[in-house]
Write a protein that binds this ligand. Structure first.
Ligand code: HAM
Length: 428
């Protein structure tokens, strides 16, 4: 037997049985983002590797070990996007859309990171990414967070908690970084290999370590929030006041540092206790320096991304997925002439009644088998196209969910006949 081709590890198929949850999430999200004034943008899956190196940072896990990077046939180093922010910023710069303009953008699509796959963590995963470009905040930071809270409410998701922190400015972070390195160097013998590696490149990430043996040491480390510059402290305080005033509850997590280098000031994460270790469903923050760092004119910006697979899992667990919509009419076909005429008749109905869903029995089958399929489809009404009926210029009309005989309807008046039959079943 020919060997089966295996799927790529960590890359999932979204099957029809699951797609209802995805589409519901997408529809609710799209409607909400539009209502808040956000516009959709679609950027390429591939970018020059240099973009992510410069935006996300050489010392991050994403750039250091997780990118899908290859040389294309023209000799350029390209990378499958591990996140969307860098590509969106690149698009704003490439298309000359900055020039003091503000942009409220969102983007949906797959991202790629070569991480160790486990429940909730994949190598291809989908994000809804939301970016507000051109405002220094904190009002826009607060509105973005309120938007995410409103989304959980619209989706019926409970039990998500918000953690916030401020990373200060690049300068205050540098000063804090020096104090942190000093602290961890004093305790270097207690660090694990991973943390020792991070000490040189990205010491703030040590605070993120999940190693239980390091927790006491981390708890004793100097706190970033205590080393904020006065403007960042005021920014953070104003953000907290705004969140209080709209009733979005949060906890301040002084250890929240995020895994990408471009952040400053506001950072936040929505956490669920439901999905074990992979508990962040939505995370983001402010990145005032990134646009200039990528060659654009200095423009403040803030944004977040949500993990679609993680949210879909929560949605399914919460029973928040609407049932699939059945067809309105199932069309049963019997006889040679009828088979030849059926498609023409149903296509005319589809043209005349674009809001209705007609499922035409294709692939044959005897009467009984077709009615079994009709029943299974969930349609309330069947149309029966048979040679005898056709010869008389009529079709059979049969309600499927109530005890009722079959009536007839002239083919010329079929659309009106379908309307009347559906109305008689309370479906108009
Ligand atoms: P991030 O924290 O790397 O941020 O990813 C955002 C979200 O994507 C996470 O909270 C998580 O829900 C989901 N996610 C990340 N990695 C995986 C994975 N391997 N499998 C499944 N889901 C995953 C960013 O990507 C930033 N670009 C967010 C942002 C936008 N900041 C400012 N603007």
């Amino acid at each position: 037997m020919t060997q089966e081709i295996q799927p790529v590890r960590g890359m999932n198929d979204v099957l029809p049985a699951e797609i209802g949850a995805w589409q519901h999430l997408e529809a609710v999200t799209r409607a909400l983002l539009t209502a808040y004034g956000y516009e959709e943008i679609r950027v390429p899956l591939l970018e020059r590797t240099e973009l992510f190196r410069r935006a996300i940072g050489e010392h991050t896990d994403v750039v250091g070990k997780e990118m899908y990077t290859f040389t294309d046939r023209g000799g350029d180093s390209l990378t499958l996007r591990p996140e969307a922010t860098a590509g969106i910023v690149r698009a704003l710069i490439s298309n000359r859309l900055l020039r003091g303009q503000r942009h409220k953008l969102w983007c949906l699509g797959p991202m790629f990171r070569h991480e160790a796959p486990q429940a909730g963590r994949y190598r291809q995963f989908w994000q809804v990414d939301v970016e507000a470009v051109g405002c220094p905040g904190p009002d826009v930071d607060a509105e973005l967070i309120a938007l995410s809270a409103r989304l959980w409410q619209r989706l019926g998701l409970e039990g998500l908690t918000l953690e916030i922190n401020s990373l200060g400015t690049a300068e205050s972070r540098r000063a804090y970084r020096a104090r942190l390195v000093e602290y961890f160097e004093r305790h270097e013998s207690s660090l694990d290999a991973d943390s020792r590696r991070r000490l040189g490149g990205n010491p703030l990430r040590i605070l993120d370590s999940k190693n239980p043996e390091l927790q006491e040491l981390i708890a004793g480390a100097p706190l970033l929030t205590e080393h904020l510059d006065p403007e960042s402290a005021a920014h953070f305080e104003a953000l907290r006041r705004m969140l209080d005033s709209v009733g979005v509850a949060y906890t301040i997590n002084p250890r929240l540092v995020r895994g990408l280098d471009y952040y400053n000031r506001t950072v936040f994460e929505w956490i669920t206790t439901a999905s074990g270790a992979q508990n962040a469903v939505c995370s983001g923050g402010r990145y005032d320096g990134l646009i200039a760092q990528l060659g654009g004119e200095a423009t403040p910006a803030v944004g977040f991304a949500m993990g679609v697979e993680r949210l879909v899992a929560l949605l399914v667990a919460a029973g928040g997925v609407p049932a699939a919509v059945p067809p309105d009419v199932y069309v049963v076909v019997s006889g040679e002439r009828a088979t030849a005429a059926a498609l023409r008749i149903v296509e005319r109905l589809r043209a005349e009644r674009p809001h209705l869903r007609f499922e035409l029995n294709v692939g044959g089958g005897n009467f009984k088998a077709q009615f079994r399929r009709a029943d299974k489809s969930g349609a309330p009404l069947a149309l029966v196209i048979g040679d005898d009926e056709l010869a008389r210029g009529v079709l059979g009309v049969k309600p499927l969910r109530i005890e009722s005989g079959q009536s007839e309807c002239p083919i010329e008046a079929l659309a009106a006949g379908v309307d009347a039959a559906l109305a008689g079943l309370g479906r108009d």
